[in-house]
Design a protein around this ligand. Structure first.
Ligand code: DX5
Ligand code: ZN
Length: 216
C-alpha cells in the first residue's frame, strides 16, 4: 500500500490569511494542502476559485490537492493548471466524459483525481482505476466542513484497495482520531482533515498520529 499523505483542508482555516494558514500546516507536518472548490451549484456552498489558488501559489511550493465540487469541471482545467494546482480532482457525478477529462487534466501537467459522493457506487471507478493517480472516496456529503464521518462509505475504500493496491485512495469528511482507524484499515492512505487538524490544540500530533495509523 502507498505511504501516508496527510492533507489538511484549508476550508477550516482563516480564508483571510490563507498564506499564513498554509505555511502553518506545512510547518505542522502536512504533506499536501487540500483545497476545496465549491460552486454553489454542484454543492450548496460557495468557496474559492482559480484566482485564489493562483495568489496562494506565490506564497508556497506546497502540493495543492484541488477538490473541485463543481458542475462542468471540464471548464476549469486550463485555469487551475495556470493557477498552479498540483492535482485536479473532479467529481464523477459532474462529468459527461470522464475518460476525456482525465486526458485533458494530464495534458495540462496536473495529476488526476476522481471523487465519488457517498451515495455513488464505487463500481463506476473500477474502469478508470488504472488511468488516474487518486480516487477520493467522500465520507460526508460534500459541501461543508465539520460533518460526521459516514461509516457506510468505508466498504467502498476496501473494495477499491483490493482492486488497486498501488492507487492513492483519499478519504475526506469527518476524519479525526476516532474515525482514522476505520479509514486506514480499509486501505485509505491520503487523509484529508479540516476540523480535526485546524481546531486541534496540537495539530502536529494529530498529523503524526494519522500518519502512523496509515503506515502501520
Ligand atoms: C467537504 C470538503 C472537505 C472538508 C472536510 O465537502 O470536501 O474537504 O473540508 O472537513 P472536515 O474534516 O471538517 O470534515
Ligand atoms: Zn474536500
Amino acid at each position: 500500500m502507498p505511504q501516508a499523505i496527510i492533507a489538511p483542508s484549508i476550508l477550516s482555516g482563516d480564508f483571510a490569511q490563507l498564506a499564513v494558514e498554509s505555511q502553518r500546516m506545512i510547518n505542522e507536518g502536512a504533506d499536501w494542502l487540500h483545497v476545496d472548490i465549491m460552486d454553489g451549484h454542484f454543492v450548496p456552498n460557495l468557496t474559492i476559485g482559480a484566482p485564489v489558488v493562483q495568489s496562494l501559489r506565490k506564497h508556497t511550493n506546497a502540493f495543492f490537492d484541488c477538490h473541485l465540487m463543481v458542475s462542468n469541471p471540464e471548464k476549469w482545467v486550463k485555469d487551475f493548471a495556470k493557477a498552479g494546482a498540483s492535482l485536479f480532482c473532479f467529481h464523477i457525478e459532474a462529468s459527461q466524459d470522464p475518460g476525456k477529462l482525465i486526458d485533458e487534466i494530464r495534458s495540462h501537467g496536473m495529476k488526476v483525481g476522481v471523487a465519488v459522493k457517498p451515495k455513488t457506487s464505487i463500481d463506476v471507478i473500477f474502469p478508470l482505476g488504472h488511468k488516474i493517480d487518486m480516487c477520493l472516496v467522500m465520507t460526508v456529503e460534500p459541501g461543508f466542513g465539520g460533518q460526521k464521518f459516514m461509516e457506510d462509505c468505508v466498504p467502498k475504500v476496501k473494495a477499491l484497495r483490493e482492486r488497486f493496491p498501488e492507487l492513492d485512495i483519499e478519504v475526506d469528511g469527518g476524519l479525526c482520531l476516532e474515525t482514522i482507524d476505520q479509514a486506514s484499515k480499509a486501505g485509505a492512505n491520503v487523509i484529508v482533515a479540516g476540523t480535526s487538524i485546524f481546531k486541534a490544540e496540537n495539530p502536529k500530533e494529530v498529523i503524526s498520529t494519522f500518519r502512523n495509523k496509515v503506515n502501520t
